[in-house]
Design a protein around this ligand. Structure first.
Ligand code: DOR
Ligand code: ZN
Length: 345
């Protein structure tokens, strides 16, 4: 039996939704994670400080776990006012502004069609050190879906950082070798989050031998060489990378559909999956940095005071394959192989 005790982890990119879904899923994150950056892509989106405060209250109400701290984000729209953002960021419970390119993913219709339209907000954020969380993909119909991240880096983020070199940017759910290299080629104001599923799977897992809708997420899974670059980045211990699970629940019916929703619900087994990946790459000593230390350091927060224990047993973990949400269910991420790392609180 192998054991590993690490500071309690945080999740720097999480979708909790609202209403019945929120009630059903929040405990799955609170079980293992102390803090989580909460995505604002509700319908309607979390745009103002008041929206964020109200949503935070609903999350705390839905969660029975006093240890769980939601860190809120504001959804950047072309109507967002620079002053409002700077004022909201003075609120200790609001940690970032999220930019969705319009049409890039779930509930992104209110997002940004042209980065120039939000330049005054981004300038104010750079001046006041407010973190920008980025869904880093272009949405032009003529760009191949597998190239959307790289084209975003070349045509949007590079010019943006040339113009605002001090802007604090988290390139979220990095999926390509290009994304890894981009983060590594910038100074410490640029960081990247990486998901458990992008570390474990490539696009063949989703498409060979039948289409697996529960592996469909955005940015979409990439080829194996990109997955290897992600694994190398996190297993090197590079402090610019930290965990954002992008756990994104959708009902089974909306995933197993002629036009299925994007998102992987991995909160229940994210840590077991990560321990599996880090062990397979002889890097278990780098796991704590990735899940518990690098994220708080980037956000200027202390690491958590308490710890969790990961224990590798001979029996695989048993995770429920589905979660009930009213009359519907949400399918839990299937890593495709048994996971032996149990999380003990
Ligand atoms: O797969 C995804 N699902 N990617 C995103 O960017 C959004 C998320 C969601 O909200 O479902
Ligand atoms: Zn997301």
């Amino acid at each position: 039996m192998q054991q590993l005790t690490i500071k309690r982890p945080d999740d720097w990119h999480l979708h909790l939704r609202d209403g019945d879904m929120l009630d059903a899923v929040v405990a799955e994150s609170a079980k293992h994670f102390s803090r989580a950056i909460i995505m604002p892509n509700l319908v309607p989106p979390v745009v103002t400080e008041a929206d964020a405060i109200a949503y935070r209250t609903r999350i705390l109400h839905a969660s029975n776990d006093k240890r769980f701290t939601p860190l809120m984000t504001l959804y950047l729209t072309e109507q967002t006012n620079p002053e409002d953002v700077v004022n909201a960021a003075r609120n200790d419970t609001i940690k970032a502004v999220k930019l969705y390119p319009a049409g890039a993913t779930t509930n992104s219709a209110s997002g940004v069609t042209d980065i120039k339209a939000v330049m005054p907000v981004l300038e104010a954020m750079a001046e006041h050190g407010v973190v920008l969380c980025l869904h880093g993909e272009v949405t032009q119909g003529n760009v191949d879906i597998f190239d959307r991240e790289k084209i975003f880096l070349d045509t949007v983020l590079s010019p943006l950082l040339k113009r605002l070199p001090t802007l604090r940017v988290v390139l979220e759910h990095v999926t390509t070798a290009d994304g890894v290299a981009f983060v590594q080629s910038h100074s410490t104001n640029v960081a990247g989050t990486i998901t458990p599923h992008h570390l474990l799977l490539n696009r063949n897992h989703m498409l060979v031998g039948g289409i697996r809708p529960h592996y469909y997420c955005l940015p979409i899974l990439k080829r194996e060489s990109h997955r290897n670059a992600l694994v190398d980045a996190v297993c090197s211990g590079d402090k610019r990378f930290f965990l954002g699970t992008d756990s994104a629940p959708h009902t089974k019916n909306t995933k197993e559909n002629a036009c299925g929703c994007a998102g992987v619900f991995n909160a229940p087994n994210a840590l077991s999956t990560l321990a599996h990946v880090f062990e397979a790459n002889n890097a278990l000593d780098k796991l704590e940095g990735f899940v518990s230390l690098n994220g708080p350091a980037y956000y200027g927060l202390p690491a958590n005071g308490d710890s969790i224990r990961l224990v590798k047993k001979s029996e695989p973990i048993e995770t429920a394959t589905q979660l009930q949400v009213g009359n519907e269910s949400v399918v839990v991420f299937d890593p495709g192989e048994p996971l032996y790392w149990h999380v003990e609180n």
